[in-house]
Ligand binder design. Structure first.
Ligand SMILES: C[S@@+](CC[C@H](N)C(=O)[O-])C[C@H]1O[C@@H](n2cnc3c(N)ncnc32)[C@H](O)[C@@H]1O
Length: 335
């Protein structure tokens, strides 16, 4: 697997989505997937694995996922399917970042910027705009309240937003966010090589205050919540594992715990449209609401997601009679 790369710029949306859907598994396959779950124990805590997996499997049975039968597998591209599935495995990323670290040490290369530099810059500046709007609205409300209490957490300016980038890779998005004025920045990635590369680049480029940690977002050790959580390409990668549907459910559970109430989650994806992400979030919310009705809400269980906005300025193209863009960036707020 080592060394095989799928250049992100070469994925068009129809191809990438077809490849993702090809990974959806049948009921029979799910039991096989459950057996292969032990892959997690190679790189993360297994303390709550059984419970998390059981919860996610149960939720999966109830969730309305796009059925595997909706997809007619494109047998003309078997290699592409194999390559894309590798992106769902930590071994792929460990090998990739080992190569990228060598390239960095030998040539100073920063490595792959997923979806390209233009998208990264657009995501960072658009996100800044959202956060500034929210901060200003809170400030406005605060003044209108005629309340002379000290400024609340929500009223903090941009520099006060705590930011987490999940699956940060080389951490370049965090550099971009720092240039936009964010200063409380943390990046996590389950690949140690990614974190070593990100740390080397942050030191080289003078972003020494960025915090970088090896952590699996699906079973995170982070206990604090963040006002802004960024994901560029990580949910895409997670969904490409054989257990993708189960892992996606675990992803949303983690996110609902990691994003502070009133905070934002900004996802950039090439495997899902804005509509699909919104639908996935609605499925998550419905399931969560069902759980709360069944049992007393546990402290710190996490919030629900609400669609806030999406980037409208990505270039679009026509495919099969419908208009789409290669990448979708969607912001959700958590309540
Ligand atoms: C497509 S790359 C995107 C990297 C970076 N966000 C960017 O935009 O350049 C996906 C990243 O997610 C990381 N990743 C995948 N699954 C993860 C998980 N469960 N926890 C933490 N990181 C994960 C991979 O190691 C990889 O760095």
């Amino acid at each position: 697997m080592a060394g095989i790369r799928l250049p992100p710029e070469d994925i068009d949306i129809s191809q990438a989505r077809a490849l993702l859907t090809a990974d959806l598994i049948s009921d029979d396959d799910r039991s096989i997937a459950a057996d292969s779950w032990s892959i997690k124990s190679d790189y993360g805590s297994t303390l709550d694995d059984d419970q998390r997996h059981a919860d996610a499997s149960e939720a999966l049975a109830a969730a309305r996922f796009c059925a595997a039968s909706d997809y007619s597998s494109d047998k003309e591209e078997p290699d592409a399917e194999t390559i894309t599935s590798m992106l769902g495995y930590q071994s792929y990323w460990d090998a990739t970042y080992a190569d990228e670290l060598t390239n960095f040490r030998e040539h100073g290369d920063a490595g792959e910027v997923w979806f390209g530099a233009d998208v990264m810059e657009m995501v960072a500046s658009w996100t800044k705009g959202l956060c500034v709007d929210i901060s200003q609205r809170h400030l406005q409300n605060h003044h209108n309240d005629d309340d002379s209490e000290s400024i609340s957490q929500e009223d903090k300016d941009l520099a006060g937003w705590s930011v987490l980038d999940v699956g940060t890779g080389n951490g370049m998005l965090l550099h971009e966010l720092a240039k936009q004025g964010f200063s409380d920045l943390t990046g996590i990635d389950y690949s140690e090589g990614a974190i070593n590369l990100a740390r080397s680049l942050a030191n080289r480029d003078g972003f020494i205050s960025i915090k970088l940690l090896v952590d699996d977002v699906l079973e995170t050790k982070l206990e604090k919540k963040f006002e802004l959580v960024m994901d560029k390409g990580t949910l895409d990668a997670i969904g490409l594992h054989q257990d993708g549907p189960i892992k996606r459910i675990m992803y949303w559970e983690s996110m609902s715990r990691l994003v502070a109430p009133g905070g934002l989650l900004v996802i950039t994806s090439c495997n899902n449209t804005k509509e699909e992400l919104v639908q996935e979030v609605e499925n998550f919310n419905q399931r969560k609401i069902g759980e709360v009705e069944e049992e007393e809400e546990e402290e710190g269980k996490g919030g629900l997601f609400w669609y806030l906005d999406h980037i409208r300025s990505y270039p679009t193209f026509m495919f099969g009679g419908s208009v789409g863009s290669r990448v979708a960036t969607v912001a959700f707020c958590v309540r």
